[in-house]
Design a protein around this ligand. Structure first.
Ligand code: CA
Length: 231
């Protein structure tokens, strides 16, 4: 059975409701979770609140422009690596260069083909969230195949519950990154569900046990006061 992974979250920043609707519809149909903002200020608040996996950002926005939003996201160390696709009606080559200079990872000109835009979204996420796009992740002797929903360590298959599987794929996407309990709750359980942070500890305990079932080093690190990381 194919277990659904945690959907990648796309923050959509677009002030025109009709445009926003079309993109929301297409992103959701492609399996993304969409959080929308109608202006730049709201976008900057949501970036901190929801930890999106990607930002689709319109250039022309009321108050704070898309360029400025992009600049601020890229100026912060916590969000510097967040992929941003800038959407603009401007076609001048100089603007394209300016867009990329602000740190945008990609640049799309209106009117665009929705299919092409979706392909670009997937291309960015393949780089930053490979397991969500159905790739095989490897860390040391652990191999996680998200499509087949299979995990092996040292070639031996491990049986993981759905929550432990999602936890492990989150860790394996970014080995070495320290995740707080709150970030893991958002990522693995979803932010709409109320779960006590101690639940995270319980599932980490289970994951740890399964990973060490056939021996081998304990690769899950508890970082006092901060959370957990792989390796
Ligand atoms: Ca606009």
């Amino acid at each position: 059975m194919n277990m659904p992974l945690v959907k990648p979250v796309v923050l959509l920043v677009e002030d025109e409701p009709a445009q926003r609707k079309i993109l929301e519809y297409n992103l959701e149909a492609d399996g993304f979770k969409v959080v929308s903002a109608g202006d730049g200020e709201q976008a900057l608040v949501l970036v901190e609140e929801v930890f999106p996996d990607l930002v689709l950002l319109d250039w022309m926005l009321p108050n704070v422009s898309g360029i400025e939003v992009c600049r601020r996201i890229k100026a912060k160390s916590q969000t510097r690596l967040l992929p941003i696709i800038l959407i603009s009606a401007r076609t001048e080559e100089a603007d394209r260069v300016r867009g990329l200079e602000t740190g945008a990872d990609d640049y799309v000109i209106k009117p665009y083909s929705v299919a092409e835009l979706m392909a670009r979204v997937r291309a960015q996420l393949r780089r930053t969230r490979p397991s969500a796009i159905g790739q095989i992740l490897e860390y040391k002797d652990i191999v996680l195949n998200s499509e087949a929903h299979r995990v092996t360590r040292g070639g031996r298959q491990l049986k993981l519950g759905p929550t432990e599987f999602r936890l492990l794929s989150t860790f394996m996407e970014k080995p070495g990154r320290v995740w707080s309990r709150e970030q893991l709750l958002d990522r693995v359980w979803g932010r709409d569900i109320y779960v006590d942070t101690r639940t995270v500890d319980v599932h980490i305990g289970r994951l740890r046990k399964v990973l060490c079932k056939h021996g081998g080093e304990d690769l899950l690190r508890t970082v006092r006061g901060a959370g957990y990381s792989l390796g």
